[in-house]
Ligand binder design. Structure first.
Ligand SMILES: [Zn+2]
Length: 342
C-alpha cells in the first residue's frame, strides 16, 4: 500500500511517501481502506518525538481516518465489505476494569492510533471492529475524519467531565485549534452561552461563524477576565475550557463561584503557577480530560452525520503531500481541520 512513514524522529523532512505492506486484520479486527485522514497537533509531536518515546518503526502517523470496510478479521460479523466507516482512534483493551466500566479512555493498556500503533496516513489500517462508526452512504469522508478526535475530546470533556447544562455560560480560551472550535459548537448545541477569547481577528470570525455569542480579543483586552464578569452580570462563567495552560491565572478569575475548569491540553506550555485562594474560596473544580469513550464517539458522530455538528475544514492535500500539510499545521495558518485525501 501507499503510505507516509518515518524511520526516525525529526522535522517534516523525515516523512517519506512510499510503499509498505498492508496490515492484516487480526481476529476481531476490520481492515479499512482509508479515503481520508485528518491532521492533529499530536502528529507533529509524535514525529518530533520526546525523551523515552518508543514506537514500532517505521512509524505511520495519523489518528483520524474514514474509509470503507475492506476485509473482516476472524470472528467479525455484521459488517459488509465496502460499507463507509469512520474510525475512533482511542483504543481501549476492552477487558480491564476501566474498560468494563465504560471508561475505555482510562484503559490500563490504552493505545492511540498514530501514536502507539501505526496510523491513518496510509491506504489501509486495521482496527478492532468496535472502533468503527457506520457512516451514511455518500457522507463526506473528510468531514468524518476531521470530526473524530476533536469532537470526541470536546464532547467527553463538556458532557461527562464538566456536565455542562443549558443556560450556563462557557468561556473557551482560544479561538482556533480543533478542540476549541468543536467545544464552541458542542456548547451551543447543549444550549449554553459561549464567550470566546482569542488574539486573531480571522480566527475570532471563525469562532463567530461556529456560533460563539461573544468574542473578546485578548490583544485589545488583556485582562479579559474582567470582560467576562461584565458580560455575566459579575457572576463569572460556570464553565471554562482552557487548553492553553498558561492562561490558568485568568481562567480562575473568570470562573463563577462553583465553576468548573476543564482542560484537555496545554498548547501554551505545561507549567503554570496557580493562586490556590481562587480555587478554595470560589469552590472551583479543576477537571482533566483525555479523549473520550466508545459511547461518546457514537453519540457525537451521530450528531456529526446528522449535520448538527460540523467540523470546520481547512485545505485538503493528497496523501503524498502530507509533509506540506504538516508544515501548514506547524505554521498555524489553518482555519479548521487539514485533511488528506487517500
Ligand atoms: Zn482496558
Amino acid at each position: 500500500m501507499k503510505t507516509i512513514l518515518f524511520h526516525q524522529h525529526g522535522g517534516p523532512e523525515v516523512l517519506e511517501y512510499t510503499d509498505f505492506p498492508s496490515p492484516q486484520p487480526a481476529p476481531g479486527e476490520i481492515l479499512v481502506r482509508l479515503r481520508a485522514a485528518s491532521l492533529n497537533r499530536l502528529d507533529l509531536w509524535v514525529r518530533a518525538g520526546w525523551p523515552g518515546i518508543k514506537l514500532q518503526y517505521p512509524h505511520i502517523p495519523g489518528a483520524d481516518g474514514a474509509g470503507e470496510v475492506a476485509e473482516l478479521g476472524e470472528g467479525v460479523n455484521g459488517w459488509e465489505i465496502g460499507e463507509p466507516v469512520a474510525i475512533n482512534a482511542n483504543l481501549g483493551c476492552g477487558e480491564c476494569a476501566e474498560c468494563l466500566r465504560g471508561n475505555d479512555n482510562r484503559c490500563a493498556r490504552w493505545q492511540l492510533l498514530g501514536e502507539t500503533r501505526r496510523g491513518t496516513y496510509a491506504e489501509f489500517v486495521s482496527v478492532p471492529a468496535r472502533q468503527l462508526f457506520r457512516l451514511p452512504p455518500g457522507f463526506d469522508f473528510r468531514v468524518a475524519a476531521a470530526a473524530g478526535l476533536i469532537f470526541l475530546t470536546a464532547w467527553h470533556s463538556l458532557t461527562r467531565r464538566a456536565a455542562l447544562s443549558a443556560g450556563e455560560t462557557v468561556v473557551v480560551v482560544g479561538a482556533s485549534g480543533g478542540v476549541n472550535t468543536a467545544s464552541i459548537q458542542i456548547a451551543k448545541f447543549l444550549g449554553a452561552r459561549v464567550i470566546v477569547i482569542g488574539s486573531d481577528e480571522e480566527k475570532l470570525s471563525l469562532a463567530k461563524s461556529l456560533g460563539a455569542d461573544e468574542l473578546i480579543n485578548r490583544q485589545q483586552t488583556p485582562e479579559w477576565h474582567k470582560a467576562v464578569f461584565t458580560l455575566t452580570e459579575k457572576r463569572g462563567a460556570e464553565v471554562i475550557v482552557d487548553n492553553v495552560g498558561v492562561t490558568y491565572p485568568l481562567s480562575l478569575r473568570a470562573a463563577a463561584k462553583g465553576g468548573r475548569i476543564v482542560t484537555v491540553g496545554n498548547t501554551g506550555g505545561p507549567l503554570v503557577e496557580i493562586d490556590n485562594r481562587f480555587v478554595f474560596s470560589k469552590h472551583l473544580s479543576l477537571l482533566g480530560s483525555t479523549m473520550g469513550t466508545l459511547a461518546d464517539y457514537h453519540e457525537v458522530m451521530r450528531l456529526v452525520t446528522a449535520g448538527r455538528l460540523r467540523p470546520a475544514l481547512d485545505r485538503s492535500f493528497p496523501l503524498r503531500e502530507a509533509r506540506a500539510a504538516q508544515e501548514r499545521l506547524a505554521r498555524g495558518q489553518q482555519l479548521g481541520k487539514i485533511t488528506l485525501e487517500i
